[in-house]
Design a protein around this ligand. Structure first.
Ligand code: 6PG
Length: 248
């Protein structure tokens, strides 16, 4: 179990996005002071879109993007400009509007065969987070979402990728709902649980039952919902949710 687990509830999506953007900025500022850089894995899906858009705005113009490195927690194996691409969503609302050096942005997938793409990303991550590092840490921040089925990143219930104990990046075949039904690349639990901070954004009434289940379920391995198996070894875990997701 990590150092600390916390849940914060916000009245609505808008204030959840604002809080998430402030959290990102705070984490970035602290990491830059402590380590001279901030390495964050972005979540895909729709929930973080409003947060990313705020980060591109004047309120967060003070972010030191020259010391920030952006990765992804998962990606659909589609072209970077495809409507289903998590990279494309972040590019539209964030990357195209901030002064981040292009070589600080690491898309997970760019059209090469999936297994090759996973190996390349693994090498990129190993360069940033040498296994020899004392705390065996990976990212300063991993942002995640949660699907209605309790998946996170592209770690779906019953997926073999959930049982990966060594590799940080897995190829996840995906031919059952939720859509899109395309192969994914995903960070694995070893990569996620080695982060200094894991923050999960959950919004909307459709998530309420799963969120309750995720927050109550005992962490006893296999049958726990994928999102409940996110348990940072030494990092902190934060749930940022709105009242609808909390069933309030
Ligand atoms: C993906 C996401 C996925 C997402 C959840 C929640 O590639 O689909 O990474 O894990 O975070 O499915 O999605 P919404 O935010 O759209 O509800």
């Amino acid at each position: 179990m990590g150092a600390m687990m916390e849940i914060k509830v916000y009245p609505d999506k808008k204030r959840l996005a604002q809080a998430a953007a402030e959290h990102f900025a705070d984490q970035a500022a602290q990491a830059i002071v402590d380590r001279g850089r901030f390495c964050a894995a972005l979540a895909g899906g729709s929930t973080p879109r409003a947060m990313y858009s705020l980060l591109a705005g004047t309120q967060f113009a003070g972010l030191d993007w020259a010391r920030i490195y952006l990765f992804w927690g998962d990606e659909r194996c589609v072209p970077l400009d495809h409507p289903d691409s998590n990279y494309r969503m972040a590019k539209e609302v964030l990357l195209d509007h901030i002064p981040i050096p292009t070589d600080h942005v690491y898309p997970m997938y760019n059209g090469a065969p999936e297994e090759e793409s996973a190996m390349v990303y693994q090498r990129v991550l190993a360069d940033f987070f040498p296994p020899s590092n004392a705390e065996k840490r990976t990212f300063d921040l991993v942002l995640l979402g949660m699907g209605d089925d309790g998946h996170t990143a592209s770690l779906f219930p019953g997926s073999a990728a959930l049982e990966e104990t060594e590799k940080w990046v897995a190829v996840v075949p995906h031919d059952q709902p939720p859509p899109p039904l395309v192969t994914r690349l995903s960070l694995t639990l070893p990569a996620i649980n080695s982060a200094a901070q894991v923050t999960i954004l959950v919004s909307g009434a459709s998530k309420a039952q799963r969120l309750r289940q995720a927050l109550q379920a005992p962490v006893d391995g296999g049958e726990a919902l994928p999102v409940r198996r996110v348990q940072p070894h030494s990092g902190n875990m934060l749930w940022l949710v709105d009242r609808a997701a909390r069933g309030q």
